[in-house]
Design a protein around this ligand. Structure first.
Ligand code: AMP
Length: 373
């Protein structure tokens, strides 16, 4: 039995096919610069032999407060994903388009939605509530939802497995540092806080996203500088963060190279980026009253010893110290890189594997599907 996983981003479509044992990836690839998601899905099916695909798992970014776990997609779920597009306009419409397109190619197999927000449904009210008037929190559902949940959950499950612990026993701070970035506090296997909020704009500074900004500054730009909300949406999502600050690129490798050649804005971008990660780590250590381990994942988290060192330097008093040799080791595998109270690990996020695993779990627990097997 094979599972196809589709991960539709804002401008790319990743696909992977797993044998029913999700650890066994048969094939996969990425279609870049996608402008028509339906066409991108068609070209995935041109490259694939669909024989034996028993289910399709779809990454869906926003599941709001109603989807707390992965579900088989039916018309009601599709409709809910559509309604939630208002909360994630850059992501949910693409996720939905990929899902509808895949259904035309494989109409007879179950399609499963695996939500990026679902892992964070355990965040308690005191951590997901913003200080806004009550009706905004209740009627308009303005609250922290959190994102990157599949990644944070994947590394926490891997850490538990690698260290011989039960997932429900581990207390972790997980740092997903890629083009998008977020930190998550995981207490006894459950997310209790995360840096992204109502949208994936809040929190850490990212490749092109601003992260935390005083809302008063945004209002100032609207009222005094007459920048239109549409334009601000683009500025905060696509022209800010490392790219806006450095003026060089959104790619950390370019920024590190520019800083190495004396570019002061690039140096400031790196310092501000690392400082903010550090600040969240401190906050989450306080929120959980300690942790067992600090985990790094994502393109920057997995591949940049320099950034990891900058984030962790002089944190010995909090139990965080990198092993200077282990931190320099390269590779695709999960690895220990320090221990001074908290263990520090680099763990590549295996999001597609987790989506495949959830998809399999979902269809195996579905009575209708089981009766057809
Ligand atoms: P992701 O979104 O997880 O693919 O991560 C993309 C980010 O990882 C980009 O900012 C890349 O520059 C960064 N990245 C990838 N490899 C390295 C590296 N060796 N050193 C620093 N940053 C890296």
């Amino acid at each position: 039995m094979k599972i196809l996983v589709l991960n539709a981003g804002s401008s790319s479509l990743k696909f992977d096919v797993f044998e029913s044992d999700p650890e066994h990836r048969l094939t996969g690839g990425t279609i870049e610069r996608v402008t028509d998601m339906t066409g991108a899905v068609a070209s995935v099916f041109d490259q694939l032999d669909p024989t034996g695909i028993a289910a399709v798992g779809h990454r869906v970014v926003h599941g709001g407060d109603q989807f707390t776990e992965s579900v088989i997609i039916d018309p009601a779920v599709e409709n809910a994903i559509d309604v939630l597009s208002a909360l994630a306009p850059l992501h949910n419409p693409n996720n939905l388009e990929a899902c509808r397109a895949a259904r035309t190619h494989l109409p007879l197999v179950p399609h499963v939605a695996v939500f990026d927000t679902a892992f964070h449904h355990t965040i308690p009210p005191h951590a997901y509530t913003y200080g806004l008037p009550w009706e905004y929190l209740t009627k308009k559902k303005i609250r922290r939802y959190g994102f990157h949940g599949i990644s944070h959950r994947s590394v926490s499950l891997q850490f538990a497995e690698l260290t011989g612990n039960r997932p429900e026993d581990v207390r972790l701070i997980t740092c997903h540092l890629g083009n998008g970035c977020s930190v998550c506090a995981i207490d006894k296997g459950k997310s209790i806080d995360t840096s992204m909020g109502f949208t994936p704009l809040e929190g850490l500074m990212m490749g092109t996203r601003s992260g935390d900004v005083d809302p008063g500054a945004i209002l100032h730009l609207i009222t005094h500088e007459r920048i239109k909300p549409d334009n601000l949406l683009r500025i905060l999502n696509n022209k800010s963060g490392l790219k806006g600050l450095s003026g060089v690129s959104n790619d950390m490798r370019d920024i590190l190279a520019a800083a190495g050649s004396g570019n002061e804005r690039a140096t400031l971008a790196i310092d501000a980026f690392a400082y903010r990660v550090r600040k969240y780590i401190g906050a989450y250590l306080a929120a959980m009253n300690g942790a067992d381990a600090l985990l790094f994942t994502g393109g920057i988290g997995e591949n940049s010893p320099f950034i990891r060192q900058k984030i962790c330097q002089n944190l010995h008093h909090l139990g965080i110290e990198l092993d200077s040799i282990a931190n320099l080791a390269e590779g695709q595998e999960a690895r220990w890189i320090g221990n001074a109270g908290l263990a520090v690990w680099v763990i590549p996020a295996k999001e597609e594997r987790l989506i495949a695993r959830d998809t399999l779990h979902c269809i195996l627990s579905d009575q209708t599907f089981r009766s057809q097997m």
